[in-house]
Ligand binder design. Structure first.
Ligand SMILES: N[C@@H](CCC(=O)N[C@@H](CS)C(=O)NCC(=O)O)C(=O)O
Length: 208
C-alpha cells in the first residue's frame, strides 16, 4: 500500500498507525501548496480532493479521509481499537470527534486569519480538548490500549502546542507519553519533524 502524506499533517496519524499495525507501506510526500508529489506527479489527478491523507491499497483501491483510513488500519489490526462493548462504534465516535470537532477547529490557524479569529480558534480547540480530557482514561484515550485515535490525538496536540493553545499538564503528560513510543519516534524521524519544524504552514491554502 501507499500513503500520500505531508510532513506533520494529519497523515502523520495514518503513518503512526501503519507502523503500530506492522503494515508495510510506501510513502509519497505531497507539496500541499503546489499539489505536486515528490515524484513529480499532479496530486489532484491522483486525489481530486487535493488533500492528504490518501491510502492506496495493493489492489488499487484508494481511501481518503483520515477517519476511514484509521478505521481500516484498526480493522486490519484489531489491537489498535479500544476493544470491549461497542468497540468499533466507540472508535468511530472518538475519531469523528477528533476530525469534525477538533481538527476542523484549527482551520483559521492554518491560514493567515486575523488575530481575533486565531484567538477564537485557540479557545475553541482548548475547550474541546478539555471536554475530551474529562473522559480520557489512562494511560491512553481508552485505557491501557494505544489505539489509532491516540495517533490522531497526538497529531492534534502537536498542532495545539505549535499554535500556542492552552494545554493542561495532564494533556502535556499524555503527549510526552505518546511521543516516547517507538513507532511515534520513527514516524517523526521519517517526516524529519522536530520541535523546530512543528507544523506545515499553509497560509492562504484551503486546509480541511
Ligand atoms: N477531511 C479530510 C481533511 C484532511 C486535511 O485537512 N488535510 C490537510 C492536511 S492536515 C491538507 O491536506 N490540506 C491541504 C488542502 O486542503 O489543500 C480528512 O479528515 O482526512
Amino acid at each position: 500500500m501507499k500513503l500520500y502524506y505531508a510532513p506533520g499533517a494529519c497523515s502523520l496519524a495514518s503513518r503512526i498507525s501503519l507502523h503500530e499495525a506492522g503494515l508495510a507501506a510506501d510513502f509519497e510526500r505531497v507539496d500541499l501548496k503546489t499539489k505536486i508529489t515528490e515524484h513529480g506527479h499532479d496530486f489532484r489527478a491522483i486525489n481530486p480532493k487535493g488533500y492528504v491523507p490518501m491510502l492506496v491499497l495493493d489492489d488499487g483501491a484508494a481511501i481518503t479521509e483520515n477517519v476511514a483510513i484509521l478505521e481500516l488500519i484498526a480493522d486490519r489490526e484489531p489491537r489498535l481499537g479500544p476493544g470491549g462493548p461497542l468497540s468499533r462504534t466507540r472508535l468511530i465516535e472518538m475519531l469523528a470527534y477528533l476530525s469534525s470537532e477538533l481538527h476542523v477547529a484549527f482551520k483559521p490557524l492554518w491560514h493567515d486569519a486575523s488575530e481575533i479569529e486565531n484567538a477564537k480558534a485557540r479557545e475553541t480547540v482548548a475547550e474541546r480538548l478539555e471536554f475530551l480530557e474529562k473522559q480520557m482514561l489512562e494511560p491512553y484515550l481508552f485505557g491501557p490500549r494505544f489505539t489509532v485515535a491516540d495517533a490522531y490525538l497526538f497529531v492534534i496536540l502537536r498542532w495545539a502546542k505549535a499554535f500556542g493553545v492552552r494545554l493542561s499538564s495532564h494533556l502535556l503528560g499524555y503527549f510526552e507519553r505518546v511521543r516516547e513510543r517507538k513507532t511515534v519516534r520513527q514516524a517523526l524521524a521519517e517526516e524529519a519533524l522536530d520541535e523546530e519544524t512543528p507544523v506545515i504552514h499553509l497560509a492562504s491554502e484551503p486546509v480541511g
